[in-house]
Design a protein around this ligand. Structure first.
Ligand code: PSU
Ligand code: MN
Length: 301
């Protein structure tokens, strides 16, 4: 049912470490051409650490595990690329549409492909007005029944972080901080919330992954990796722009899948591009860690 690139197919068959990457961040999270440059850099990082990258997306409706250069370019120029969550997969397939996969649909497809690690920027979560709008990202629910590790810099700071952590607890998705017991806030290192657990090495993440499988637990493990300090946004500036952006969102009546891309773009404009650098750097750092974890998982098998 899935289409694999030669490289990814070979790596999976020979039980080599593979890291899944999503395409919504390319098509809808970052501007062109920085997005295309990042897509290439991420694959390079995975390769340089000794693992195989598998960027996932839909081409003519078919899930592709390991997009090639031409397909990545298609995603990067993607005004006409659909943002495809899990529920959209079958529709996109039937309609033969090109689509970028979110964290939710990437995790779903990566799990089917047997890829144990997936890196992204920041997860979607419970939006601040969810009490009225019910806007809770499918990213959260998708982490149940996907036996893999997701490495992210927490969830996007534009969300209701406390409610998102409660949701993860209810859904029984374990969350561990990487070398921290503060939950990261995407653009900032500390979201203001603490975590019960932290880990100090890729090896420890691998040990939890194997323990989950031994216990027949099919939920994901969320490894929360804070943005490197030198790239974090200043907390006060961040708070101020956040407040403005939410008002603007309301004024313009933006909702549904447009919310996250709007907020990311708003931050970029208000910080004169600084938030874009932050976003690029945190993703790279997550991909580095994910590669090390993918290798540690294979060493332990
Ligand atoms: N992380 C980033 N940038 C992004 C995303 C994650 O650094 O653009 C994307 C992911 O694909 C995630 C999506 O699944 O944002 C969440 O969208 P929503 O809130 O509409 O579920
Ligand atoms: Mn949403």
């Amino acid at each position: 049912m899935l289409t694999y690139s030669k490289e990814v197919e070979r790596a999976l068959k020979s039980n080599q470490p593979v890291v899944a990457l999503e395409s919504t961040i390319i098509a809808h999270g970052l501007p062109y051409p920085e997005n295309l440059k990042l897509a290439a850099e991420l694959e390079e990082i995975v390769h340089s650490l000794g693992a195989t990258p598998a960027t996932i997306g839909l081409i003519d409706g078919e899930p592709v595990i390991g997009l090639n250069q031409e397909q990545l370019e298609l995603m990067a120029q993607g005004e006409h690329i659909h943002k495809v969550s899990v529920r959209d997969l079958a529709i996109a397939k039937a309609k033969k549409l090109h689509g970028a996969t979110t964290v939710a649909s990437t995790a779903y497809l990566a799990a089917q492909a047997g890829i144990p690690v997936f890196a992204t920027g920041g997860l979607g979560g419970v939006h601040r007005d969810a009490k009225e709008t019910y806007d809770i990202s499918a990213d959260l629910l998708s982490l149940t029944e996907t036996p893999l590790i997701v490495v992210s810099s927490g969830v996007k700071s534009i969300l209701d972080i406390g409610a998102t952590l409660e949701y993860l607890e209810t859904a029984s998705i374990p969350v561990v901080g990487y070398r921290t017991n503060r939950f990261p806030g995407f653009y900032v290192q500390d979201s203001g919330y603490s975590l019960d657990w932290s880990i100090d090495s890729p090896k420890e993440a691998a040990a939890i992954f194997h323990a989950q499988r031994e216990m027949q637990n099919n939920n994901a493990l969320l490894v929360a990796n804070p943005v490197p300090e030198e790239y974090a946004l200043d907390a006060i500036t961040h708070e101020q722009i956040l407040r403005e952006s939410l008002t603007e969102l309301n004024n313009q009546g933006i909702h549904g899948k447009k919310v996250t891309p709007f907020l990311l773009k708003y931050f970029k404009e208000k910080t004169q591009g600084e938030s874009l650098t932050t976003n690029l750097e945190l993703v790279k750092s997550n991909v580095r860690l994910a590669s090390q974890i993918a290798i540690a998982i294979k060493e332990k098998e």
